[in-house]
Structure formats: structure tokens, C-alpha cells
Design a protein around this ligand. Structure first.
Ligand code: 4AD
Ligand code: MG
Length: 453
């Protein structure tokens, strides 16, 4: 393997030879010399390759090189007289590995994100999507590092499951039955199965054995929401902690989010500078502010009072007992506190059956983390660990004790208070990059009516 562009530009000084392999981002051909900016994906900026006409294939090939061409270049690394780059490669040999056909769609400079979604096989080569994918990678790495450093065990929760963890019925069925067949006892697993909506219930099993665990993987929701914040397939990070209450859960969420933001700022300064300049001016300062200041904390009841008193006309009117809509969440985060906030103790009627029931019997120990620009990025709770209360809540939710016998079992054998949350990974990437549409922060988005590749 040759050095990556990222490694080459990190050399302490010019001098010596280097080899770069990648794709031409831009080509400038002037009299007697050509400049090819070559990107290999390792960093936001490519390396400028200066191609002299003495090269034997200059007239036949290199003089015609353009955006998208794959090349391999050897040469001398020299200080660049040009602005905006430290070094350039004075080429002594350039081999064309793969030219592009005339209809290469990324020739022109600016394309809309809508258009780029129609060429998802090529869009990772663009500045924006390349930067998004590197940020995504840095965030994923930081997520594992955060939990691993704290002794959390990564638990691989199943993707195929028989459970509707959230009880919202938004599941994709997994089946090998033919059309018209509906007897699931004859199906592959001998029962009805689905793609998971959340690994939480299995993570609870892990927490009640290993203490602190987390799952991090794809989750699926068949909700027909064509919004800029919903995907049918998205990644979720779900820590679960034994001997933990809602306060400990909220503290973990805050430390976790700050850690991952800091790590992205540190690992991807050039990509983040691009988002600041081209996508979301002010984002660097906002993220620094998020890292430096404590999250606000409000109960749902307080949040509703604030929304009520705001005098703001919302599309969906607020009153105690109804779920907060995106417009309410964003008002609270963007205008009221101007930074992330944790909203706790929601009405039981709008939250899942597994949440710890407060003494008032009207609210549960739920928490959502709301952030400016996106709204809800984290949903979590303290779990109901008291068997009698859980059984009552499951009855109210219409769940059969037969299906959830094992879940109740965990409340009979060594039950302890425990809590956890789920971070929507793509919403987090939206938050740190400022990208407006969730379809543009995942390499292969799945949304109603669309599943390319
Ligand atoms: O709030 P949710 O539904 O919570 C759970 O699933 C819990 N079982 C998590 C837990 O406690 N372990 O989902 C968690 C997060 C949301 O806050 C949101 O960020 C994201 O997942 N999310 C989605 N992201 C993209 N597209 C969708 N359709 C999403 N639905 C939820
Ligand atoms: Mg939620």
C-alpha cells in the first residue's frame, strides 16, 4: 500500500518521492503544464499533481485528463507555490488507470443533493458526501471508544426479532412464506418475525448480567414518514446500565454526546471547516458551545408550560398529554434554551410500556434529548423493574404476558433499577454536520418508495 494523501500532506517537510493513487477532482490544463488535483478519499483536500509535458503519455493521454479519471502518479514532493496547499507532487510518471466516459455525471461543479441521491453509486466522490462519510466514520469510532474506555460491553443484539420493542407496530416482516400464505407456524422461524426497531429489550438482558452494555447497529422502522429526519433503516446506539436511574442515564447521555462531538472536531478539522463554510455557517461555534456548557433539563410539564406561555402559533397546538412535535422540540432547543436540553417525565400515554412509572401514576421516567436544528436525537428512560407494576403497564398496553414472559422473568430473578437510551446515529451526524436532510448523511438511504442497490 502506498501512502495516503492524508499521510503525505502530514509529512514534516517537502523532499523525497511520493506516490499518489486516486481520482482527479479538478484538472487544469495550461500551456506546457497540467495540474491535477487528486483525491484518494483519505482527506478533504486532494494533492495537486503537476504534470509536465515531457512525460511520454502527456500528449496522448494526460493532456485530456479530467474529473473522475483514476490515476497513479509518482514524483517528487515539493513545497507548493500555490495558495491553500502546502505541498504538490512534481510528477515524473503518471499512469492512467481508468478514464471516464463522456457522460460522467459529476463533471459540473455544483449539483443538488436531490440529484446526487439519484447517483448514489457516485455521490461519495463529491466533497460533501465524502466529508459526511468521514465524519460518520469518526463518530462511530468515538462512540465505541467512549463506551470501551468506560468498560461497557458491546452486545450484538439481533436484527431479526419477534419483538416490537416500542409497541408502535412499525415493523418490517421477515418471512419466506409465499404470496397468500399467512400461517406463520409454517414460516422459516415457525413464528412471525420482524426486523428490529430497537435492541433495547435484548440490551436489558445484557445489562442484567454484565452491568453496562451497549448495542450499535442498524434498526428498521416501517413508518411512512417522508421527512428530513426519518429513515426506514437507520443506525442506533443503545447503552443500557444496571443499577442506574434516570439521572445517571441523563448524565451518561450528556457526557457521551460531548465526547463524540469533541472527537469529530478533532479527527475531521478539514471536513468540519467545509461544513462551516458551505453547509452551515456558525456550526463550529455552536458545537463548541454545546461541548462547553451544561445541558438544560426540563420536565415535560415545564416544557408544555413554556410552549404555552411562548405566544407562538404552532401548527400542532400543545396541551398536556400530547406528544411534542418537531416544531415544539426545535422551539425549545433553538429559541428557548439555545442549546441541547433533556426533557424528562413524559405522560405515560405517549411513551412505551417499559418505562418506570412515577408515583403520580400519570408520568413515566422518560427522557428525550433535543438539540437545535434537529429536535429529538436521543430517546431513553429508566426501565420499570418492579414486576407487579410492569405487569399492570403491559396489561394497559394490551401486551400479552405470554409473549413477554422472559421480560417479566427478569423482574422476578435479581431485578434491579436500570436505564438506557437510544441515539439516532444519522440524526447525530446531521447535528454535527448541519446537513438538512437525513438522506444525505447515510451512504444508502432507505425511505418510503426508495431502496437503491
Ligand atoms: O426514541 P426511540 O424510538 O427510542 C427507542 O427506540 C428506545 N428503545 C431506545 C432505548 O431506550 N434504548 O428512538 C431512539 C432514537 C430517536 O431519538 C431518534 O434519534 C432515532 O432513534 N430515530 C430515528 N432516526 C431516523 N429515522 C427514524 N425513523 C427514527 N426513529 C427514531
Ligand atoms: Mg423517541
Amino acid at each position: 500500500m502506498s501512502e495516503s494523501v492524508r499521510e503525505i500532506v502530514a509529512r514534516p517537510a517537502a523532499g523525497g518521492t511520493a506516490r499518489v493513487r486516486g481520482w482527479v477532482k479538478t484538472a487544469r490544463h495550461s500551456k506546457g503544464v497540467s495540474f491535477l488535483e487528486v483525491s484518494d478519499g483519505s482527506s478533504f483536500d486532494g494533492l495537486q499533481v503537476v504534470v509536465p509535458p515531457e512525460l511520454e503519455n502527456y500528449e496522448s493521454e494526460l493532456r485530456h485528463a479530467g474529473t473522475g479519471w483514476a490515476i497513479e502518479a509518482d514524483g517528487e514532493l515539493v513545497d507548493s507555490p500555490g495558495k491553500g496547499q502546502r505541498y504538490e507532487l512534481q510528477a515524473t510518471r503518471v499512469q492512467v488507470v481508468g478514464a471516464v466516459d463522456e457522460d460522467y455525471p459529476l463533471q459540473k461543479k455544483r449539483h443538488s443533493f436531490e440529484f446526487l441521491r439519484t447517483i448514489a453509486h457516485l455521490r461519495p466522490r463529491t466533497n460533501t458526501i465524502g466529508a459526511v462519510l468521514r465524519v460518520r466514520n469518526a463518530a462511530a469510532r468515538a462512540i465505541h471508544a467512549f463506551f470501551q474506555e468506560r468498560g461497557f460491553v458491546w452486545l450484538h443484539t439481533p436484527i431479526i426479532t419477534a419483538l416490537d420493542a416500542e409497541g408502535a407496530g412499525e415493523m418490517f416482516r421477515v418471512s419466506t412464506l409465499g404470496a397468500g400464505e399467512s400461517d406463520f407456524t409454517g414460516d422459516f422461524f415457525g413464528r412471525e418475525t420482524f426486523l428490529t426497531v430497537s435492541g433495547q429489550l435484548e440490551a436489558e438482558i445484557g445489562a442484567l448480567a454484565l452491568g453496562n452494555v451497549y448495542s450499535f447497529g442498524p434498526t428498521f422502522r416501517a413508518e411512512n414518514s417522508n421527512t428530513s429526519r426519518h429513515l426506514a433503516e437507520f443506525w442506533m446506539v443503545e447503552p443500557e446500565m444496571a443499577f442506574c436511574d434516570l439521572r445517571g442515564n441523563a448524565e451518561l447521555a450528556e457526557a457521551f454526546l460531548k465526547h463524540v462531538i469533541r472527537a469529530v472536531l478533532e479527527a475531521c478539522p478539514d471536513d468540519m471547516a467545509f461544513f462551516e463554510k458551505r453547509i452551515a455557517p456558525g456550526i463550529l461555534e455552536n458545537l463548541q458551545h454545546v461541548v462547553d456548557s451544561p445541558f438544560e433539563c426540563l420536565t415535560y410539564t415545564e416544557a408544555v408550560e413554556i410552549l404555552d406561555a411562548s405566544g407562538r402559533k404552532f401548527e400542532f397546538p400543545v396541551k398536556w398529554g400530547v406528544d411534542l412535535q418537531s416544531e415544539h422540540e426545535r422551539f425549545l432547543a433553538e429559541e428557548h434554551v439555545k442549546r441541547p436540553l433533556v426533557v424528562t417525565d413524559y405522560p405515560k400515554g405517549i411513551k412505551a410500556f417499559y418505562m418506570y412509572r412515577n408515583d403520580d401514576d400519570r408520568t413515566v421516567r422518560a427522557m428525550d434529548v433535543l438539540v437545535p436544528g434537529v429536535g429529538e436525537i436521543v430517546g431513553g428512560s429508566q426501565r420499570e423493574h418492579r414486576r407487579d407494576v410492569l405487569e399492570r403497564c403491559m396489561g394497559e398496553a394490551g401486551l400479552s404476558a405470554a409473549d413477554y414472559g422472559w421480560y417479566l422473568d427478569l423482574r422476578r430473578h435479581g431485578s434491579v433499577p436500570h436505564a438506557g437510551f437510544g441515539l439516532g446515529f444519522e440524526r447525530f451526524v446531521q447535528f454535527v454536520t448541519g446537513m438538512a436532510n437525513i438522506r444525505d448523511v447515510i451512504p444508502f438511504p432507505r425511505t418510503p418508495g426508495s431502496a437503491e442497490f
